[in-house]
Write a protein that binds this ligand. Structure first.
Ligand SMILES: Nc1ncnc2c1ncn2[C@@H]1O[C@H](COP(=O)(O)OP(=O)(O)O)[C@@H](O)[C@H]1O
Ligand SMILES: N[C@@H](CCOP(=O)(O)O)C(=O)O
Length: 321
């Protein structure tokens, strides 16, 4: 999140009335994140997170995101429960933008998660996959391999300036994905962005899974691949931490074992996931966002990961037994 839209006092009062909240004690913008404007709301009824959906979230997808979060919470996962308005609606509008309120989750995200967290979050991901296995909503992955060439188009010069040598390597990656990307792996609802900043912990326990706004239907193992990138690299972004990789995969498999085909696909899925985040970060890096309180994420972190995946040969390189 970030803060792109600041409600006026009157707008805020109208929104709070809509949710039946009284006795506002605290209201403040939260600087973490990238996509939406998020605020902490403390009122007589308790603590909540209010999200104003900026243009990156399509209005028609909100029932999907909020519905799956509700289903995950109902299944006992620590997902933020959406709060309905006094009229029973999941969203209200402010300046033409939909706005939702959800329960506040205790806990903190860790910047340099230890292996114990990687194991716990691996298990939480598998439980999430199981809890959503019968979810009725669907949403295509609009940041999948078919979308990467258009994100890359016209950006090779900018990428070269940031990371010399990357342009030819990305061209090779894209050519490989065109022919070798898997077609027949188990699918389901995936989170698709379960980075350390989207998981809250109390001690070693996962206390919050947040930010489902990239969730979609795709290969379940792609979600594992996203997390191998996000949780298991050293701070230099180039060296893979096998202990964390082993912990994450064994945590996942303690709930849902990977098939042999999913294991075999891990290197290419991890390479694709790294390219996805390199490309979206590159696009954001090059896009001016005047006036917003937002911290951009560095695409170069993913250049190093890509180099590792290009050399990886099997799931064992990621810590799979
Ligand atoms: N339900 C919640 N409970 C507690 N904190 C939350 C909750 N939802 C979001 N946050 C806080 O807000 C920050 C940004 O939320 P996030 O959903 O990641 O925003 P964005 O979609 O814009 O990236 C998180 O890092 C976390 O600190
Ligand atoms: N996780 C993505 C960026 C998306 O930001 P989020 O705050 O919505 O998780 C990245 O690291 O590039």
């Amino acid at each position: 999140m970030a803060v792109y839209t600041e409600p006026s006092d009157d707008e805020l009062a109208a929104l709070l009335r809509g949710w039946g909240l009284e006795g506002l004690r605290n209201f403040k913008g939260i600087a973490e994140g990238v996509q939406n404007s998020n605020f902490l709301v403390e009122a007589h009824q308790g603590r909540f997170i209010m999200t104003i959906y900026e243009k990156s979230v399509a209005l028609e997808d909100l029932p999907f995101y909020l519905g799956l979060t509700e289903q995950a919470a109902n299944a006992g996962l620590p997902a933020a429960r959406p709060i309905r308005t006094t009229d029973g609606l999941l969203t209200q509008m402010i300046r033409g933008k939909p706005t939702a309120l959800c329960s506040f989750l205790d806990g903190v995200s860790t910047k340099r998660p230890p292996a114990s967290h990687a194991r716990a979050v691996g298990a939480a991901l598998a439980r999430l996959h199981q809890a959503l296995s019968d979810f009725s909503g669907t949403r295509a992955n609009d940041l999948g391999p078919r979308d990467w060439p258009s994100l890359w188009k016209g950006r090779s010069r900018q990428a070269e300036a940031l990371e010399p040598g990357i342009a030819a390597a990305v061209d090779t990656d894209l050519a490989l994905f065109r022919t070798d990307w898997p077609t027949d792996l188990p699918k389901g609802i995936i989170h698709a962005d379960l980075f350390p900043d989207n998981v809250l912990f109390l001690g070693d326990e996962v206390s919050g899974l947040i930010d489902f706004y990239f969730a979609c239907n795709d290969f379940l193992a792609y979600d594992v691949a996203v997390m191998l990138n996000a949780w298991c690299f050293e701070a230099n972004g180039r060296e893979f931490d096998l202990v964390k990789g082993r912990a994450l995969i064994s945590g996942y498999e303690s709930v849902r074992p990977l098939s042999q085909a999913e294991r075999d696909a891990l290197p290419i899925l991890a390479r694709g996931a790294a390219l996805r985040f390199f490309l979206t970060r590159l696009v954001d890096w090059m896009t001016p966002m005047d006036g917003a309180l937002v911290r951009k994420k560095d695409p170069r972190d993913y250049a190093g990961r890509l180099a590792f995946h290009r050399a990886a040969r099997s799931a064992a390189d990621y810590g799979a037994p």
